[in-house]
Design a protein around this ligand. Structure first.
Ligand code: SF4
Ligand code: SF4
Length: 451
């Protein structure tokens, strides 16, 4: 197929070129991994308030049964991915250092499944209600509850499907596009109906010609071929490259009339509406030079990473790093206490030559990080403020607009841990404002009492 018959995306002048390393798994069909004996379901698999456990130790649960109920406007339900007995409801500190509430289910391997009722009406509100009930969140990594995203404050005119998958190594979206095209298409149609939209753009990077060809057959979708560039999958860049619209700092896609959804989310929507299934499984890529048999896998949510690594044949010698996600935006793990969540896209096992294990040295003010930043920030200056513990100055310099894409650190000759530093400072800034608000409320209450 000739790509030049299709619309090419706009060129974005910033960002970087990274080796895509997709050869490990791009031709490997998705395999279903058998269930693990124990499943650990985090109550925080999304942005927003954690779900509240609704089961107790000793309860029998079916596959697809609610175990964590959404709590508040921005939250999501959590369902059991296996049938069996609840053996714990407890706090666990995972390998990212996050203390979260978990429901642990001992799998009885009976696959005793519970389904939602059949839908009889498919009006926009019915579709959104089913998506909310099914616990669907953005599966591209963000984890924002999809039902909330499908209820924008302003009228939109375009749905954009993010099929860029620009992170090196990851191929799960690509395989889904080849193997489950029709389900993705149906998910897109339901999503467009929920938003009352006719215009749908599918943005696919030029290095995926088979996916471009398949999706170009649908007359009611417009495929836009995107330049292979990192971070093309970031929402703001995808919107610019597919529509030419710029989302200003501090604004959201709906402010420029668009909604962006990931291909994997489209399958979850299809399954919730046509198969009456909650979101309880996901597809991930297990890759890197450190894993014996790289694979694309469909796994139950809550599966221990250790079981997944074992299923893929274990690790090769000289494996020095395990990452949840891709090498650019993923998080390095410090232990094997990690379990699949809705937002996971991959597990990477990296050998020393892939892992960039060099020790950081002092910044040499070369300016390369600023040249590469797609958000037009000045990473070296922000890092200097953070090292001086002046987080509010880092905020003034725009650290809250950092999308943690890792482009600055990728080409830094001094190997500065810039992305980790920005992630850390964002936490500090949020903490500062939470404390400030609490203090202000305390003072207000004191003043009231004095009156
Ligand atoms: S790329 Fe690295 S060494 Fe160069 S200015 Fe940025 S932080 Fe400093
Ligand atoms: S400062 Fe943030 S947005 Fe800019 S390149 Fe670095 S990680 Fe990406």
């Amino acid at each position: 197929m000739k790509l030049n018959n299709l619309r090419m995306g706009k060129r974005y002048p910033y960002g970087i070129h990274v080796k895509d390393q997709k050869q490990f798994t791009s031709e490997k069909p998705i395999e279903n991994m058998p269930g693990s004996p124990k499943i650990y379901l985090s109550m925080t698999q999304h942005i927003g308030a954690p779900a509240i456990p609704v089961v107790e130790v000793g309860d029998y649960v079916k596959k697809g049964q609610l175990v964590g109920k959404e709590s508040g406007a921005i939250s999501a339900n959590i369902y059991s991915s296996v049938s069996g007995t609840v053996s714990a409801v407890c706090d666990i500190v995972n390998a990212m250092g996050q203390k979260q509430k978990y429901v642990v289910v001992d799998n009885d391997f009976k696959e005793d499944q519970i389904l939602f009722d059949e839908m009889t009406s498919f009006e926009p509100n019915d579709i959104i209600d089913r998506i909310r009930l099914a616990g669907i969140v953005g599966l591209g990594g963000a984890g924002f509850p999809t039902a909330v995203k499908l209820s924008p404050k302003s009228q939109l005119d375009c749905l954009i499907i993010n099929a860029a998958e620009c992170e090196p190594y990851l191929t799960c979206d690509y395989r889904l596009m080849l193997e489950r095209t029709e389900e993705i298409y149906k998910g897109i149609k339901y999503t467009a109906r929920a938003l009352n939209l006719n215009k749908v753009i599918v943005g696919i990077e030029a290095n995926k010609p088979k996916a471009i060809e398949i999706f170009s057959k649908y007359q009611d979708l417009e495929v836009v071929v995107l330049k292979k560039q990192y971070p093309m999958g970031s929402e703001k860049h995808l919107i610019y490259c597919t529509t030419g619209r710029k989302v200003p700092c501090g604004k959201m896609p709906f402010d420029v009339g668009v909604c962006v959804q990931n291909v994997k989310t489209m399958i979850a929507i299809y399954e919730a509406i046509e198969l009456n299934l909650p979101l309880a499984k996901t597809v991930i890529t297990v890759s890197g030079g450190g894993i014996k048999y790289p694979k694309n896998l469909r796994v139950a949510l809550g599966t221990p990473f250790a079981d997944i690594i074992e299923y893929c044949g274990g690790v090769n010698d000289d494996t020095v790093k395990v990452v949840a996600g891709g090498p650019m935006m993923g998080k390095a793990l410090t232990s094997d206490i990690q379990y699949t969540r809705k937002t996971d896209s991959g597990i990477l096992l990296l050998k020393s030559k892939e892992a960039n294990g060099e020790k950081p040295t002092n910044c040499i003010n070369c300016g390369r990080c600023a040249d590469n930043c797609p958000m037009r920030l000045i990473p070296a200056t922000m890092e200097a403020s953070i090292l001086a513990e002046d987080y509010l100055h880092a905020e003034k310099l725009g650290v809250m607009n950092c999308i943690e894409c890792g482009s600055c650190a990728y080409n830094c000759p001094a190997k500065r841990p810039l992305t980790q530093s920005f992630n850390f400072s964002k936490g500090k800034i949020k903490e500062y404002y939470i404390k400030k608000k609490a203090q202000e409320e305390k003072e207000k209450n004191q003043q009231k009492e004095e009156k």
